[in-house]
Design a protein around this ligand. Structure first.
Ligand code: XIL
Length: 466
């Protein structure tokens, strides 16, 4: 097969999802025969000289449907927790890289670059830090940075060297480092990181610095003074934990002013949270918000990449920290792509053709649904499409089916996350064993590749719940 490695990986990923969920059903999934099929977000970003990545955490590395997406869709990974101080130096002078090494190995196996996160931060510290005498803490901090950045030397493209050192008003956060070492601790951490891994780009990382304001002004002044003094800094990470409908209007201008200081910018922890449950209107707003953020980054040459803070709503940190909020990511709990996925996909240059949505209400529980059909890849003689089914009713579904007419003589040659039957020109897809249940306002999705000759417009599609 002539498809490039990334393409083959993506299709294998889809296969793994199907296999993991339906052991007995036996859905054959063959790779499309062309490299022109739908690209991944990582491939689209790479074509623009950037990365599009995800954070991940160790517990999910044993979840096959999860790792299929993680390994197949992104070209960058951030270690979400296990490079933090409490994991890497649980007792003074005792370093442990077992967990983070697993994530780094996963990334290497999937051709993904790694952002290291994070060397010096006031959170997720081991308890012993508080007992270190003030006069020893600078040495302890330098030793920590030297060990951790030294261990990952050559494996990490960016380090978040210092995380969240400022308050909202632009004053220094009174962390243990600030209190016991003083203002100079940030510069000392950056110097130690440069010495430990001269090739890693060194980032200052924080939240609520995406727009122009007191906090981002303080970071701006810090970067400017580092540049003037020759203290090594290469980038600013804007976490971008955003709220639905509240993307600051100054994001692009803010990214640009940092770039103009001579540093790179990365959006390092993007998520856009909403009051749950999600619904179609919120999903549409979220898609618009993701589009705005991606466009702001792409508009500035030195905005080098975007990382979402995990990719599936089932694995997001938001619900545990902001009660009543969630649904902040681009895949739902069942790894179906949300409208926000497609907004990112299109902002990164991916093209989808006509979308057709039809609502039908049938079935036994008064539940309605909508189906959205997208042609996401076209090549000579073939195409790839994705269909998203949304439960618009008032009760969870137990099953669903969608149908459309293969009016131009198209065929469906392989399909994942659903079960296909055809009768003449009529195609019907029912849920797979594992995705028949859709929560109220939730979605399920399946995809397929097929053959087409000539025109291939998106068809009228009907949807029913069972
Ligand atoms: C979060 C993780 O996602 C959670 O699993 C953990 O319990 C707490 O930390 N800003 C950061 C990240 O820089 O390290 C945080 O990650 C989210 C906020």
């Amino acid at each position: 097969m002539s498809a490039p490695a990334g393409r083959a990986r993506r299709v294998l990923a889809a296969t793994a999802v199907a296999v993991a969920g339906t052991l007995a059903v036996g859905m054959a999934v063959a790779a499309p025969s062309s490299a022109d099929a739908a690209p991944t977000l990582g491939q689209l970003a790479a074509a623009k000289g950037r990365y599009f990545g995800s954070a991940t955490d160790n517990p999910t590395l044993d979840n096959a449907p999860y790792t299929a997406v993680l390994g197949g869709e992104f070209n960058q990974i951030t270690v979400g927790n296990t490079q933090k101080w409490m994991y890497t130096e649980p007792s003074r002078g005792q370093f442990d890289y077992t967990q983070a090494d697993r994530i780094v190995a996963f990334a290497r196996a999937h051709d993904q670059v790694v952002r290291g996160h994070t060397l010096v931060w006031h959170n997720q510290l081991p308890g012993w830090i508080d007992t270190v005498p003030a006069g020893e803490l600078l040495g302890v901090m330098r030793n920590h940075v030297a060990n951790v950045a030294g261990h990952y030397r050559g494996e990490v493209v960016h380090w978040d060297v210092v995380n969240e050192a400022f308050e909202e008003d632009g004053t220094r956060r009174q962390s243990v480092f600030q209190q016991k070492i003083g203002d100079g601790y940030i510069a000392e951490a950056f110097k130690a990181a440069r010495a430990a891994d001269p090739n890693a780009k060194l980032y200052y990382n924080d939240y609520n610095i995406e727009g122009i304001g007191a906090k981002s002004d303080a970071v701006y002044d810090l970067v400017k003074s580092f540049k003037q003094q020759g203290i090594p800094i290469d980038g600013v990470g804007m976490q971008a934990h955003l709220i639905l409908g509240q993307v600051p209007g100054t994001v692009q201008r803010n990214i640009q002013r940092f770039a103009d200081l001579g540093v790179d910018v990365a959006l390092t922890e993007l998520d856009i949270r909403m009051n749950t449950p999600r619904d179609a209107a919120k999903d549409a707003q979220q898609a618009q918000d993701y589009r705005t953020v991606v466009n702001a980054c792409l508009a500035v040459t030195r905005c080098v990449g975007i990382t979402i803070w995990d990719f599936s709503d089932g694995y997001s940190w938001i619900p545990s920290v902001f009660p009543g909020e969630g649904a902040a990511l681009i895949y739902d709990e069942n790894f179906a792509k949300k409208p926000s996925y497609w907004a990112v996909y299109e902002a990164l240059g991916g093209t989808t053709t006509t979308t057709t949505t039809t609502t039908t209400t049938t079935g036994d529980n008064g539940t309605g649904c909508t189906a959205t059909y997208r042609v996401v890849g076209q090549w000579h003689g073939g195409y790839q499409a994705e269909v998203t089914v949304r439960n618009t009713g008032t009760a969870a579904t137990t099953g669903w089916r969608v149908g459309w007419t293969l009016a131009q003589g198209q065929t469906v040659s392989s399909l994942w996350n659903g079960v296909l039957t055809t009768s003449g020109q009529q195609a019907t897809v029912r849920n797979a064993t594992y995705n028949g249940r859709i929560a109220v306002n939730g979605t399920a999705a399946f995809g397929f590749v097929g053959a087409s000759a000539g025109t291939n417009p998106a068809p009228v599609i009907t949807c029913a719940t069972t």
